[in-house]
Write a protein that binds this ligand. Sequence first.
Ligand code: AHG
Ligand code: MN
Ligand code: MN
Length: 333
Amino acid sequence: MAKITTLDEFIIQRQKDFPYATGELSGLLRDIGLASKIISREVNKAGLADISGAANSNQNASGEEVQKLDVLADNLLISCLQNSGECCGIASEENHTFVPIHGSPNAKYVVLFDPLDGSSNIDAGISIGTIFAIYRRVSDDGVCTLEDFLQDGVEQIAAGYVLYGSSTMLVYTAGNGVNGFTLDPSIGEFCLSHADMQIPKQSDIYSVNQGAYRKFNAATQAYIDDCMDRSYTFRYVGSMVADVHRTLIKGGIFMYPATTKAPKGKLRLLYECNPLAMIVEQAGGKATDGKQRILELEATELHQRTPIYMGSSDMVTQLEEVVYQMSPAKELV
Ligand code: AHG
Ligand code: MN
Ligand code: MN
């Protein structure tokens, strides 16, 4: 039987990633891993909630309140992140402002997350995910502050996602490459299944909500036209985690551009774009807003949005070139 390496064993083996805090990082990832195992269980039976719950009420057969899965996932992550005592606060899509973790006010880390990404796809049985980013706090001991969360993407010490799909996978980076772990439900462990993930430099897949084509800027339209002229394959799930995971495995470019209706795009910088940009870069890819590296964008608000183009380095470089060539204020070199 092939050797099984669990997530815990892997982190401890990789002391060089985190020499000063192996125990702390494994504690945080263990908390996230535990929450995602429970979320996976709840997601897998989501369709049954209506059967077990009374018709048109938010209560199930045993009279428990049936929470929206987003809120349930959010609450699970918050309560699990209290276990290791390594997290002093969280910020997430489901909370207007940050949430201090009172049990560990002097902990060194904060965690930002999208508890359930692509949740509009649950009813259709399509893959969804959880996205997380881990930072060291910048404030002194005591209750965390907003500044702990408004850090640029380059300051992330670890980032990753969980994909609730045909299998449940946890993919993370601590700044030394990307590794994927598949949940083996029979032993309840995430086991190393995708070591040192590398994204192909070039591919023939492009991923964007083609239905919004007419609302994109001219450069984005020109790039998409070129993909179509080259008869590239078009793939779009509508769950960022699923689209980015496919891009990581098969290569390609994932785009959520600005539109006339949403001039800053739809996706959130702090808990969707930055963590996935760190993963893609660590796997040898690129992530940009068309002009700037995503990880260098200034964080000014918890829920700020940004356009994003990410994936195979050659394809993203080509997109940036089209944007540059078509930008009105092209700086003369
Ligand atoms: P969330 O469910 O966390 O709000 O995220 C949904 C996002 C992202 O997962 C996906 O890429 C995007 O919404 C799809 O948006 P469109 O339906 O506008 O294409
Ligand atoms: Mn999301
Ligand atoms: Mn979400």
